[in-house]
Design a protein around this ligand. Sequence first.
Ligand SMILES: C[S@@+](CC[C@H](N)C(=O)[O-])C[C@H]1O[C@@H](n2cnc3c(N)ncnc32)[C@H](O)[C@@H]1O
Length: 239
Amino acid sequence: RRRARVARLCRSALAWTLRLLRGRVCAKSTHAFVFSRCTHGNAGSVLETFDIYAETHGSAAVGPQIGQALDEVVRRVRPLRVLELGMHCGYSSVLLLRLLPPDGRLLTVEQDPAVAGLGEEIILVAGFKHTQFQVLTGSSGETIPTLGTFLEPAPGTSGTFNLVLMDHDPQQYLVDLLALENQGLLCPSGCSVVLIIRNRRDKCLEELKELIRARPDCYSIKSQVGGMVELFFQKSSSQ
Ligand SMILES: C[S@@+](CC[C@H](N)C(=O)[O-])C[C@H]1O[C@@H](n2cnc3c(N)ncnc32)[C@H](O)[C@@H]1O
């Protein structure tokens, strides 16, 4: 048993050293690894292959821990229309898509066109079809004003999102949240906005807490797990 523990420690030390040496996130190398090693058509295998890659390489993906917390949110909210800001190679897109119902749809935004192409290919490799998702290339600031034209209304959602995942640029979270609200894109009867905050010292969380303090009738914190904060937006009909 002691030998097994030592072997495990050595393996994690090696993985940690490799991650340190290969620290820089590279979308092309992530894509090549996942594309060549996963079982095509199997979303679970795509996510597992991303996780194996992240053991020894720099990775931008949300990963299994935040992934589990995100799964819980999606299972509880059961959204039909989901917006993702910050797709990168598609880890969180695949994670979200595998829990959507057959009539669910994901719009995902990525500002880097080359990365957007790689991420789109991974979503297709995971077995999802263009009827289930659409990749929009552009910054969140440019794309949010156009989102209404891409959003097919689902019953009960009146052309709005029930779930938004922000994993793009924490400095943009507050601005983009307010832009989404101003464009009438957040479902007034309830929309969960999940924010990935990798750096605890990031001041975006303080800014968001100020918004909640100023407008407790519309915004609240629903859950907070590690690097993930779930805000809840709701607007009463009189507002
Ligand atoms: C941390 S990665 C996203 C990881 C992804 N959610 C996953 O789990 O694989 C952030 C991505 O957001 C993109 N990005 C950064 N700022 C953006 C913005 N303002 N609008 C759209 N995409 C942005 C970056 O190019 C990068 O690909």
